[in-house]
Design a protein. Structure first.
Ligand SMILES: Cc1cc2nc3c(=O)[nH]c(=O)nc-3n(C[C@H](O)[C@H](O)[C@H](O)COP(=O)(O)O)c2cc1C
Length: 403
């Protein structure tokens, strides 16, 4: 197949002409801090139809397509201003009035921004086109400002399962990267290891969710014990004390689980964000390296080529630094698990006291046996989940140090 194909609709309307480019092509450009183009590669010229002279010193806006909702660019700039990379689908206009779609990754450099674009092909791309069409419609109908349009886009992404623009960008690049199927041979084992790490961390998250659900299920038991104590009057006095002890110990244990589970800065969230950002940076680094290896030998010393090489190396190092963090966070988890398992022993002692009371009240159908059975179940499950969690944390540390 040709590196580039033009697909015209039957109407021969030039605005309906899509320019498609090869899977292996990388379209890059670099800008100053205001988004004015300083460098564009050959692919950019070939696909968009603008000459290099027309592109350099022009704003990127010259290829802005009217089908793009303004909220996309509003969020893009908000993110870039905060120093974060952005990855999003963009429909661009060609000089002759046609269009082409890309997945664009934009990162901050020392003197502005650098963008690498690949051909999109995934289901997420199809979903995004639908989101953009709905958003553009709302933007026009309700006369939304760029900021309002950006806020609506964030809501739509949340509805589609992405809590932030970053989470969406990470997923979009990962899916497109895998669908594209081009992996640099020297990075393939690192990518494999990162996928394995992401999977183990997600299993760990499931285990912590199960532990959390266990706490939810037994939350009412100390109250049940207290109600029972009240019903039994003098005979239940010991149960009242037991329930207070159990409640206090379980609450202390639950707050320790929070150190793993906290959605803002719990160990698991930190590890997951380190592995996904590390993989993201390495994927972007690979795209820049591919673009660099396509630079003609005569242009190897140009500013654009040097920037591609330097930024590729910077992102590669950034990725390594993020991945090293995973091992060190992982190391703290077995200690937390050990301490939690010790506390289960404490809860077990309190449960035993319940059993003693139950034995003393053999003739009364108090419901105490049911409470004891539920606590027993909770202790056994939590202990098992903690043992699994600890083993998985050790796997993460081991694999992380191999990266
Ligand atoms: C490195 C970089 C690459 C960009 N690439 C594109 C692009 O391919 N297409 C586009 O329409 N806007 C791109 N933009 C965003 C434009 O700067 C601009 O925000 C957008 O075209 C909308 O114009 P407006 O902000 O004036 O509404 C890019 C920005 C940067 C910093």
């Amino acid at each position: 197949m040709n590196a580039m194909t033009k697909i015209s609709s039957a109407s021969a309307d030039s605005s309906a002409t899509e320019v498609r480019f090869a899977n292996e092509s990388i379209i890059t450009s670099a800008t100053d801090p205001r988004g004015v183009i300083q460098f564009a590669n050959e692919k950019f010229v070939e696909v968009g139809g603008y000459s290099l002279e027309e592109l350099v010193n022009a704003p990127h806006k010259i290829m802005r397509h009217p089908d793009m909702p303004k909220g996309v660019f509003y969020l893009m700039w908000e993110c870039l201003k905060s120093g974060m990379p952005v990855c999003t689908y963009v429909k661009n206009k060609t000089k002759s009035g046609g269009y082409y779609w890309v997945l664009a990754v934009v990162t901050q450099t020392e003197n502005g921004f650098l963008s690498a674009r690949i051909r999109p092909s995934t289901e997420l791309f199809e979903t995004t086109k639908e989101i953009y069409a709905t958003l553009l419609d709302e933007e026009k109908r309700e006369n939304l400002t760029a900021e309002q349009c950006g806020a609506r886009l964030l809501e739509m992404l949340k509805d589609a399962g992405y809590p932030s623009l970053e989470a969406y960008g990470i997923e979009a690049l990962d899916l497109e990267f895998k669908a594209r199927g081009i992996i640099a041979p020297d990075l393939s084992s690192s990518f494999l290891l990162m996928d394995e790490l992401a999977e183990i961390i997600s299993d760990m998250q499931d285990l912590v969710n199960s532990i959390e659900q266990g706490f939810e299920r037994v939350r009412g038991e100390p109250v049940n014990l207290r109600i029972l104590a009240g019903r039994l009057e003098g005979a239940g006095a010991a149960l009242g004390t037991i329930s207070q002890n159990y409640d206090a110990m379980a609450k202390e244990m639950h707050s320790l689980v929070g150190r793993l589970h906290d959605p803002e800065n719990g160990s698991l969230v930190q590890m997951y964000s380190a592995v996904s950002q590390g993989r993201w940076s390495m994927q972007i680094a690979q795209l820049l390296n591919e673009a660099h290896s396509n630079v003609a030998p005569d242009d190897a010393a140009t500013d654009g080529a040097v920037l591609l090489k330097e930024h590729h190396e910077r992102l590669h190092q950034r990725s390594r630094a993020r991945l090293i963090e995973i091992s060190s966070i992982g190391k703290s988890i077995p200690d937390i698990c050990r301490s939690l398992r010790r506390r289960i022993n404490g809860l077990d002692v309190v449960k035993l006291l319940c059993k003693v009371e139950s034995g003393r009240m053999r003739d009364v159908d108090s419901g105490l046996d049911g409470i004891i059975a539920r606590l027993e179940n909770f202790h056994d499950n939590t202990d098992r989940h903690l043992a699994d969690l600890s083993a998985k944390a050790s796997q993460v540390t081991q694999k992380g140090s191999a990266l």
